[in-house]
Design a protein around this ligand. Structure first.
Ligand code: F6P
Ligand code: MG
Length: 499
């Protein structure tokens, strides 16, 4: 306020008395941030709940970005050097040395926590998908500050770039040897299943309709578990797996399955069965995870779905690049089918065991020839986007999946992408956690079959279970000992809309 004589006087502070408003809570921490974000605020850098990021020391993101990824990359370099040492052609040798140099550069970027640069235009179709996302959401972000799921996917795309810009090694898979070796060390579990399933199953004569359904249901429950636990053997976690580790993880016997069923913390198998048994010659899709033994379990399950008549066609969606170490590429898919039919992978096995595998291989290749099994790959599955963005970033895939009666998403990474890999409370329903894939018109029924190997956990009817395990069993979220089988009904049959 200015007086006439020009001297300034500081105004008195006005103090409002707020005694009629509600009182301040004594515990301010009880005021929670507005999660989940409203759909208009969600983007790859701001998932519906807080993202896990590499610098979060409490999260598996920290160990993965700081230790696991450099270890995996180091092994990839060793594999390439092994190939180099077996090569005789000079031009190819020089070209491969270029790939190794680029991998070493990537190792530096990763361990120095450099800023995420755009992917070099190597002429591949996914470049716009990658560089649009980096430019829009991650400019200036580094490996540790970007959301974990994006930074980790980015690392695998950069690894692919080391080869895709070369002349002779564009499709080289640094993980191929590991994938094949692990399958050939899985003899016990492989033959346990092949000897049971080689001969097409029959339900026994004289059963009435209800008894037949009971028998089919019993088989369905066990096979669903086999397909689920087949996910425990991913190679990105078990970097130096011993024969014993493999056996322990692949036990497929009935007792073992009964004991492990209690470790399925969110379990929609009953609802899943109600859906499957209602199908008559339907279409089922698998968004695949790992090659080798897990894929083998998926194929046994898919075989049951065809033989039972519930499905007349199964679509399998694989990766077009070497991805998260053990994920299925087209080459892995073909390798497995041909190894079953023609391979000589296993020593010390009986003739009938080998024969059982050959019969399976022949039948499965027959399904492919007849168009009952269809293998597909789309760039979206190897992008940095979470599946909340499937409808907007890959509308063709959304439309395609909307025609399915049931889509299985296998494994941990697919689960992270379905749920946007963020800190949603464990009691969040699966349908809420997968957002648009549950609520958009035309969304198909979706089932996640996942052994829990990273932080995000949703769909637990009893939210306290997670708190209890946090206290009693530190590390339970990355051990692969627990699992979920979660089903979202979707909105099948409604016309898909794109605005
Ligand atoms: O690096 C962590 C991770 O992405 C986790 O999702 C999981 O531990 C592993 O790698 C991949 O598992 P899966 O093969 O089941 O997707
Ligand atoms: Mg995987």
């Amino acid at each position: 306020m200015r007086r006439n004589n020009g001297t300034a006087k500081i105004a008195k502070k006005t103090v409002l008395s707020l005694e009629n408003l509600p009182p301040k809570p004594t515990d301010l921490a009880s005021i929670k941030p507005p999660y989940p974000y409203t759909p208009s605020r969600i983007d790859p850098n701001n998932p519906p709940w807080p993202a896990y990021r590499g610098y979060h020391e409490y999260s598996f993101a920290y160990a993965t970005m700081g230790v696991r990824l450099p270890t995996i990359l180091g092994k990839a370099i060793s594999d390439t050097i092994k190939t180099l040492n077996e090569e005789s052609d000079e031009e190819r040798i020089v070209d491969l040395i270029g790939c190794i140099n680029r991998m070493e550069r990537l190792m530096k970027d990763l361990t120095n926590n450099d800023v995420l640069r755009p992917i070099i235009d190597d002429g591949e179709g996914d470049i716009p998908l990658w560089n649009k996302e980096i430019t829009q959401f991650f400019r200036g972000k580094d490996f540790m500050s970007a959301p974990w799921v994006f930074a980790e996917a980015y690392k695998y795309r950069r690894l692919h770039e080391c080869f895709s810009v070369s002349k002779y090694w564009k499709d080289y898979d640094v993980f191929f040897r590991q994938k094949c070796e692990t399958f050939s060390r899985s003899a016990d579990a492989v033959f346990e299943l092949s000897t049971r399933f080689a001969i097409p199953f029959s339900l026994g004569k004289g059963l009435n309709v209800a008894q037949k359904e009971q028998a089919l249901k019993a088989m369905f429950r066990e096979l669903t578990q086999i397909c689920l636990w087949g996910n425990s053997t991913d190679l990105s976690l078990l970097i130096n797996m011993s024969e014993e580790d493999i056996k322990r993880l692949q036990s497929t016997g009935g007792d073992q399955l009964a004991a492990t069923e209690k470790n399925i913390l969110g379990n929609d198998i009953e609802r899943l069965w109600d859906l499957v048994k209602s199908l008559d010659g339907g279409r089922i899709d698998f968004v695949l995870d790992n090659a080798g033994f897990e894929l083998y379990c998926d194929l046994v399950y898919a075989d049951y779905l065809i033989q039972s008549g519930y499905a007349s066609v199964v679509h399998f969606h694989g990766k077009r690049l070497p991805w998260f170490v053990s994920d299925v590429t087209r080459k892995d898919w073909e390798w497995l089918l041909n190894s079953c039919l023609y391979g000589k992978l296993f020593a010390d096995v009986s003739e009938s065991e080998i024969a059982s595998l050959r019969i399976l291989g022949e039948r499965w290749k027959g399904y492919v020839k007849e168009g009952k099994w269809i293998y597909e790959q789309h760039p979206f599955w190897c992008s940095g986007y979470a599946f909340w963005d499937l409808h907007s970033e890959a509308p063709d895939v959304f439309l395609h999946l909307s025609q399915s009666n049931l889509v299985f998403f296998k494994g941990d990474l697919n689960h992270r992408k379905l749920t946007y890999d963020c800190a949603a409370p464990a009691s969040t329903s699966f349908a809420t956690a997968i957002g648009p894939l549950a609520r958009l018109p035309g969304a198909p029924p979706i089932c996640s079959l996942r052994t829990i190997k990273s932080d995000v956990v949703v769909g637990l009817p009893d939210g306290d279970v997670a708190d209890r395990l946090d206290e009693e069993e530190p590390g339970w979220k990355i051990s692969g000992k627990y699992a979920v089988v979660l089903l979202s009904d979707g909105r099948p049959g409604e016309p898909v809309e794109f605005n």
